[in-house]
Design a protein around this ligand. Structure first.
Ligand SMILES: Cc1cc2nc3c(=O)[nH]c(=O)nc-3n(C[C@H](O)[C@H](O)[C@H](O)COP(=O)(O)OP(=O)(O)OC[C@H]3O[C@@H](n4cnc5c(N)ncnc54)[C@H](O)[C@@H]3O)c2cc1C
Length: 423
């Protein structure tokens, strides 16, 4: 047999999970190969955090961290204990990629360059003798009994003792993560839970929303409603777009909105002044209206609202824009106060996988050993990264999943061979 295509560990997918797993496996095994279908590694990694790469979240308490991932978070407990946030930050800091922590405990490279994060991973693999094969798309994998026997790639076959699947989710498919891995794992007998776009923008029905395209609002609150029942509220920053709304807090609620939409209509209420309750806001308006009593209504809101928003508020309030401020009635003022506290928007749909930061759903966690990332069905298969059914909010959580599960999968895929050799 041609020994050039025979390896101890073969890793499929050169994203953050695959590169870290390959480097770690290389620390224990001589023959490790990483297969990436693109001409370059880490295409998605390079666009994370707008090219700055929010590589983790400075949450050092594992329990708190795990909670952020919802129901499936418990699955991460062991891998975060083995290689958690502290270890991740040390890993990059010790390899010429100093990190800094910004607002919201988001950790970035000091250089603000995702490329520096990728460079560390490439160097880590080189130091540990990993063979990196780009332009190597895996087309299929074959199994016999409960073992994978070989991979079929566009360049020929690859045979390994252990395999790590790190092909990511289905989001931003242009980066290479087109969901290839999901087809294979189902063929191998694994279950893939429902795949939905997550951390994604929302398409909104109301035309006024689209007319605000480009406007970013800070310190606002969004409440999510279904059948007049408030399901969630979130405070922070949002952005108006040509199709609806986006920005940090919108991405964060998108998973929940997606779930609710399966049950019926979802509306959102935007509170432009969450720090002021109705009474306080009304008093503030009274003060402003007294100050500008000789102006007309459309010229009286400059101190209260961003310029682009004023014409929309004027229109939606139903108050004559040319009305003298001192003749605005209490009823009209109340209407304006209510509007500022609650601008209603109807969600049409979520933006699809093309625009979602991550994929919710993946290989069922009950079929993976959380301590080793080994498949419970196929004895020489391991998983790491977004292909697994765990997803977190924005803020560096999702890359931390890649580092933790990649490290554990790489180590165990390699160590189990050493144990087998000496066993
Ligand atoms: C725009 C954007 C910004 C983001 N910003 C952040 C952020 O700042 N912080 C954060 O924590 N998360 C962020 N994320 C999420 C994060 O990028 C992902 O969670 C992460 O990249 C998943 O890593 P992965 O290694 O599991 O998969 P991927 O990064 O998707 O990598 C999978 C790799 O497998 C390769 N592959 C697929 N199929 C095959 C095949 N058949 N043969 C060979 N290779 C194959 C792909 O080409 C790809 O390179 C962002 C996502 C997007 C889209």
């Amino acid at each position: 047999m041609n020994k050039d295509n025979v390896f101890d560990v073969a890793i499929i997918g050169g994203g953050p999970a695959g590169t870290l797993a390959a480097g770690r496996a290389g620390e224990f095994c001589e023959k490790v190969i990483l297969l990436e279908k693109n001409a370059r590694l880490g295409r998605k990694l390079l666009i994370t955090g707008n090219g700055r790469c929010n590589l983790t979240q400075a949450e050092f308490n594992i329990r708190e961290m795990v909670e952020k991932f919802g129901e499936n978070g418990k699955f991460l407990f062991s891998s975060l204990s083995a290689f958690g946030v502290k270890e991740t930050i040390e890993f990059f800091n010790n390899r010429d990629c100093k990190t800094k922590t910004e607002r919201g405990d988001r950790v970035f490279p000091e250089s603000d360059k995702a490329q520096d994060v990728l460079d560390v991973l490439v160097k880590y693999m080189a130091e540990n003798g990993v063979t990196v094969s780009c332009d190597s798309g895996v087309i299929d994998l074959e199994k016999q009994d409960n073992r994978i026997t070989r991979l079929i790639t566009n360049k020929g076959e690859i045979i390994a003792k252990n395999y790590i699947l790190c092909t990511g989710g289905k989001s931003f498919p242009g980066t290479g993560s087109a969901g290839d891995g999901f087809k294979w794992v189902e063929k191998l007998g694994h279950h893939v839970t429902e795949l939905t776009p997550s951390l994604t923008a929302l398409n909104i029905k109301e035309d006024w929303v689209k007319s605000l395209q480009g406007l970013s609002l800070k310190n606002i609150e969004i409440s999510v409603f279904q059948n007049d029942e408030k399901k969630e509220n979130i405070f922070g920053e949002m952005l108006f777009t040509h199709f609806g709304i986006s920005g940090p807090i919108i991405l964060s609620i998108s998973k929940n909105v997606g779930k609710l939409m399966k049950k019926g209509k979802v509306t959102l209420s935007l509170d432009l002044k969450p720090a002021l309750d109705f009474t306080k806001l009304d008093r503030r308006l009274q003060r402003d209206f007294l100050k500008y009593q000789n102006k007309i209504y459309k010229n009286s809101l400059d101190e209260l609202l961003p310029q682009n928003l004023i014409p929309i508020i004027i229109k939606l309030s139903g108050i004559d824009p040319d009305k003298q401020v001192n003749s605005i009635t209490k009823e009209e003022r109340n209407r304006l106060t209510n509007l500022l506290k609650s601008m209603n928007m109807t969600v049409i749909s979520l933006q699809g996988f093309e625009h979602s930061l991550i994929t919710s759903g993946g290989v069922a966690i009950k079929e993976i050993d959380p301590k080793t990332m080994r498949s419970k069905l196929i004895e020489n298969l391991f998983f790491a990264g977004e292909i697994i059914d765990v997803d977190g909010p924005t803020g560096g959580y999702n890359l931390q999943v890649c580092w933790s599960t990649g490290y554990v999968a790489g180590e165990n895929a390699a160590k189990s061979l050493i144990i087998a050799d000496y066993g």
